[in-house]
Design a protein around this ligand. Structure first.
Ligand code: NI
Length: 167
């Protein structure tokens, strides 16, 4: 087991669309375990493979009693809308109000390749949209106005400069 390095915006790898998983082997299982442990270690609700520089359609979510491992997930239906605060391990310290569907239906396979589907609403629907967005190279700031996006970008650039100045 090892903790993975989380990429921070504006790392260009966060924009890479991920490839479908085709091999359900022990290498995939080990990667999913590392992704899971990394999410927990950083206190995240979710983490996508894209965020650790791995170009695979895999994401994990841990929220309340929900423990989800999603391989090759697709949103197959949405209903309604909600606006709520969202954060992301690739945007440290940034929390923004973002519009998402109120309900989603997702189809995916598990780490052994077995298909399953689920329906979720509220915060879990938000988390699913957020993580599946990552797999398509889409980020939470893409849902913000141009002006707000610029403010977030400047904040994170300033922070990364300050980080580099630290001894
Ligand atoms: Ni995120």
């Amino acid at each position: 087991m090892s903790l993975l390095k989380i990429l921070v915006y504006p790392d260009p790898a966060l924009r890479e669309p991920s490839k479908e998983v085709e091999r359900f082997d022990s290498e995939l299982g080990n990667f999913i375990r590392d992704l899971w442990e990394t999410m927990l270690a950083y206190d995240g609700v979710g983490l996508a493979a894209t965020q650790v520089g791995k170009n695979l359609r895999v994401c994990v979510i841990s929220w309340k009693e929900h423990r989800l491992i999603l391989v090759n997930p697709r949103i197959t239906g949405t209903e309604g809308e909600q606006i709520g605060e969202e954060g992301c391990l690739s945007f440290p310290g940034i929390f923004e109000k973002i519009r998402r569907p109120l309900k989603v239906r997702v189809e995916a396979v598990d780490e052994a390749g077995k298909p399953f589907s689920l329906e979720a609403d509220g915060f879990l629907a938000r988390a699913l949209c957020h993580e599946i967005d990552h797999l398509d190279g889409r980020l939470m700031i893409d849902h913000l106005s141009h002006l707000k996006r610029e403010i977030v970008r400047k904040k994170l650039l300033k922070r990364s400069k300050e980080e580099r100045k630290k001894p």
